[in-house]
Design a protein around this ligand. Structure first.
Ligand code: SF4
Length: 458
């Protein structure tokens, strides 16, 4: 249903979210788990939850998403799911032969109070988990947090449960990306490679959820961080987390448990955040910034400068994840635009504070809420119209009703391709964002121009 009946008048709502700007925890945990090579994600709950999580990831990435489920029925819901998980582990390791299983919970198993740690220990003791195979696990109750929280929980489990310190440094830098596209993960690795920094990127879904069509089904596609690499994270010279919501827990865990020093940066979206990432790599690994990186930065600057007449002062509304929105809003301010309505569905007080700092020059003119929902953002737009909307596919209803140029960004994107293959991080990702933004703004200008004002050259 389109949203044309959304009222302009805003009333205070506390107990109800309408069109939430988030999805549920296990989706994030399942996505993160796919970033380990040879991993089968496992959903400890009912089949319905697992089917929803798989189908959402499948629709976004347009790839088959493999995951198993404990298949709770009435019996498990009343008496607990231990028997189901033990049977599932046996079936997975004997039939589907993963190297590692990553178990996350659902609302149901969390409400029952299943002790997954204890169940996994029992499976280890009784030989259900074969020698040389691994099971990691994390709680992901979806009545708190969002898909970003679930992602963060699974990434922390990778660090805490897989890292093994040998006492000899491997000279590598751990790179822990937030909830980003496989294309972004590949770009983060590419930038580190250009800088001459040896890195362990985890999770790494590049090649797994954006692989080639080969005509052959491969349950465990090439790509992903290897188990050996995950073990080695405890021997790295440092960790750089990219996105406070998604990566802080893993960075802290490696620091606390193995004394691997860490820092958390914003996702490298846009000019300034990419500068900070490049600088963090430079100082942590003790390398210089090569000309190839400076060249890409210069190209982005050039296009920002060329496109100023089309960008300056344009008002933007955004919804999405906090780790994405903070550097994205900073980028929009950097290029002269004016982000005026910003919501995230993921809780966390730091979000509002950071956005207000970044948009300080606009004073109190900025509407920002976390957690908020897309219904509220639509109401804000009705009160103060914008020139551009940036959010996931669900924003298309608002864009259509209000006739706003629309750039799809975030999760999920269910009606376009490209996000899996073209990054939005790094300087080249900034170029792609600029291309998309200027493309929809200039299409709109062309559409609305009178014949006399219709220009060939812009
Ligand atoms: S019951 Fe909980 S885990 Fe399952 S789909 Fe719903 S919100 Fe997600």
């Amino acid at each position: 249903m389109l949203l044309r009946h959304t009222p302009k008048e805003i009333t205070e709502r506390k107990a109800l979210a309408v069109n939430p700007a988030k999805t549920c925890q296990p989706i994030g945990a399942m996505y993160a788990a796919l970033g380990i090579h040879g991993c089968l994600p496992h959903s400890h709950g009912s089949q319905g939850c697992c089917a929803y999580h798989r189908s959402t990831l499948t629709r976004h990435y347009r790839e088959p998403i493999m995951a198993a489920t404990s298949s709770f029925t009435e019996g498990a819901s009343v008496f607990g799911g231990q028997a189901n998980l033990l049977q599932a582990l046996l079936t997975m390791f004997t039939t589907y032969e993963p190297d590692i299983v990553a178990v996350h919970t659902t609302c149901l198993s969390e409400t029952i109070g299943d002790d997954v740690n204890q169940i996994v220990k029992k499976a280890q003791k009784d030989g259900t988990i074969p020698d040389g195979k691994y099971v990691i696990h994390t709680p992901t109750p979806s009545y708190v947090g969002s898909h970003v929280t679930g992602y963060a929980n699974m990434v922390k489990a990778m660090a805490v449960q897989m890292a093994e310190q040998t006492g000899t440094s491997n000279g590598k830098v751990n790179l822990i990306p937030g909830f980003v596209e496989p294309s972004d993960m590949a770009e983060i690795k590419r930038i580190a490679g250009m800088m001459g920094v040896e890195s362990i990127l985890f999770p790494d879904t590049s090649g797994i959820v954006n692989g080639p069509l080969t005509g052959k089904f491969n349950m465990y596609p090439k790509g992903g961080v290897s188990i050996e690499e995950l073990k080695g994270t405890a021997d790295s010279i440092g960790s750089i987390g990219l996105g406070a919501w998604a990566a802080t827990d893993a960075v802290k865990a490696l620091d606390t448990q193995f004394k691997v020093p860490g820092q958390v940066q914003d996702l490298p979206i846009g000019l300034l955040a990419t500068d900070r990432f490049v600088d963090a790599l430079r100082t942590m690994a003790g390398v210089s910034v090569p000309d190839s990186v400076t060249q890409e930065r210069g190209q982005l600057l050039d296009v920002i400068s060329d496109m100023q007449p089309h960008l300056y002062g344009k008002k933007v509304a955004l919804a999405g994840d906090p780790d994405q929105l903070i550097p994205l809003v900073e980028f929009l301010v950097t290029i002269g635009m004016k982000p005026v309505h910003i919501v995230t569905g993921t809780p966390g007080k730091a979000f509002t504070k950071r956005i207000k700092e970044i948009t300080a020059k606009f004073g109190d003119e900025i509407n920002v809420k976390g957690p908020g929902d897309m219904f509220l953002m639509h109401q804000w737009i009705k009160n103060e119209p914008v020139d551009l909307l940036i959010c996931n596919t669900y924003g298309k209803y608002i864009a259509r009703d209000e006739d706003i140029p629309f750039v799809r960004h975030g999760f999920p994107i269910l009606d376009r391709v490209g996000h899996s293959y073209f990054p939005s991080v790094g300087y080249s990702g900034g170029l792609r964002l600029l291309e998309k933004i200027t493309g929809v703004l200039m299409d709109r200008k062309d559409r609305d121009s009178s014949e006399e004002a219709f220009e060939l050259v812009e």
